[in-house]
Design a binder for this molecule. Structure first.
Ligand SMILES: [Zn+2]
Length: 466
């Protein structure tokens, strides 16, 4: 068996995945969204990237041997601000946003992780971890706050490979009177009565952001686990701080063995931003009629470690490829036997090579013609573009459409014969217009009438023509 090799951002080396923390099991933690608004397109990238890894791990180790945790940050000052702006209760906002997120990610073919912990359900574990850090001399309470003492952890900066001086210069480090050192970061902060808060040994307050991932990862995965993922914008300070907290609270553990970071997303070569007017959410694209599998295809066409440039052109190209695939499967594959096939070795080998999704898509592209149609179906499902159910529905729709076209070919042919006699082509032209509207190409030659479904073929628009 070819082993899975992944690039570890900490050592900057491609290393074999050797799950040792829990024999025979693989555990992965990925930082999830802060839930106050719709996921923008960039937020979806880590969800899709690590979903592909999750699928690969489930295939290699068995579905029951993989634990994947992706959290929801449901306590955060951005959420508090949104509640204050809108006058809506926090719980209503976070509940609604979590529902949106899960719906949007499902549309992109993202499987739900094993655990999706919400930070507010783990406040007790966070308080316990903070208390342990104080007891071990890695944190101190001051003015209702608890701060992590960066100077107490000499390995700080190991992930981003930066010196503390560089970090101070590069980041907007908040100077505050209660901090012993400007680099120290908040583990706990006081809450006024109008803000969410929990009782703690340091008074009523709420956790800092970083501590939640350390506490939830420890509770659900233990002191050591295999893979920690997230966007590379989280590397500093978030992940650096997670390492410091977890390794100081549990020095006997290793926390995460392999760190994986996906690069950011751009739109037509530019950073996505509200001020440039190129900012959109996953839902915006879905509502424009761009199917989730097309978005997924565009995402996976670029390796996760490279910036992903979302372009209209790529979306059109992806839609055309997926349409050809469905067409090929509808024409030649028996889906019942197709789903019994194993995923193709070329696809697996590409993914095992540091999740080379670009190569995996190339391998899909090589599955051409009648002989490979069943393989194609199986691998499209394995890679998450469709579920077996959605692929079946797509293929059935297509086949039904093709049957209707066969009947419409005969109809059009008869209408043409009549029109030749009467010299009145109105009925022929009307039918042709309706067919064009349904994205059907119409060829009328001496040999006969030929109707072919084209991309965006919409059989629903043929209703009533027969
Ligand atoms: Zn995190």
């Amino acid at each position: 068996m070819v082993e899975i090799r992944l690039r570890d951002s900490r050592t900057k080396r491609v290393v074999p995945l050797e799950p040792t923390a829990h024999p025979g099991r693989v555990a992965m933690y990925v930082c999830g969204p802060t839930v106050y608004d719709r996921a923008h397109l960039g937020n979806a990238r880590p969800a899709v990237v690590f979903d592909v890894l999750y699928r690969l791990l489930r295939h290699v180790y068995g579905p029951d041997a993989v634990t994947y945790v992706r959290n929801f940050t449901d306590v955060d000052d951005k959420i508090n601000a949104r509640a204050a702006e809108t006058g809506r209760p926090i719980a209503e906002i976070t509940e609604e946003t979590i529902g949106w997120y899960l719906g949007d990610m499902a549309a992109l073919g993202v499987r739900e992780p094993t655990h999706m912990p919400r930070a507010t359900a783990y406040i007790g574990q966070m308080i316990a971890m903070i208390a342990a850090l104080i007891a071990k001399g890695h944190a101190y309470a001051a003015d209702g706050h608890v701060l992590f003492s960066v100077a107490s952890y000499p390995d700080y900066g190991q992930l981003s490979g930066r010196s503390v001086d560089d970090m101070i210069a590069g980041a907007r480090v908040e100077v505050a009177p209660y901090k012993r050192d400007p680099m120290d970061f908040v583990l706990w902060k006081p809450s006024t009565d109008d803000l969410p808060g929990w009782d703690s040994p340091w008074g009523r307050g709420r956790p800092g952001w970083h501590i939640e991932c350390s506490a939830m990862a420890h509770e659900l995965l233990g002191e050591s686990f295999d893979i920690h993922g997230g966007g590379n914008d989280l590397m500093f300070p978030h992940h650096e701080n997670e390492i410091a907290q977890s390794c100081c609270a549990h020095p006997e553990g290793k926390f995460a063995r392999i760190w994986m970071h996906n690069e950011m997303l751009q739109v037509e070569g530019k950073k996505m931003s509200k001020s440039l007017g190129n900012f959109f959410t996953v839902r915006d694209l879905l509502d424009q009629g761009i199917p989730g599998e097309v978005i997924r295809f565009v995402f996976l066409s670029t390796h996760y470690s490279k910036p992903m440039d979302w372009t209209q052109e790529k979306a059109v190209e992806a839609a055309a490829r997926l349409f050809r695939y469905v067409q090929n499967i509808a024409d030649y594959a028996d889906l019942d036997t197709a789903m019994d096939l194993a995923p193709e070795q070329t696809v697996l080998d590409a993914l095992k090579d540091d999740l080379n999704t670009h190569e995996a898509l190339k391998a899909l592209g090589d599955m051409d013609g009648a002989a490979d149609a069943a393989k194609l179906a199986r691998n499209l499902v394995f890679l998450g573009f469709f579920t077996e159910t959605t692929l079946r529905a797509r293929v059935d729709d297509y086949k039904k459409g093709v049957q209707m076209l066969a009947a419409l070919e005969r109809r059009l042919s008869l209408l043409r014969d009549d029109a030749m006699q009467s010299k009145d082509f109105t009925a022929v032209d009307q039918l042709k217009a309706r067919l064009t509207l349904a994205h059907v190409s119409v060829q009328m030659t001496k040999a006969g009438v030929r109707l072919r479904p084209e991309m965006d073929f919409d059989p629903a628009k043929l209703e009533g023509l027969l």
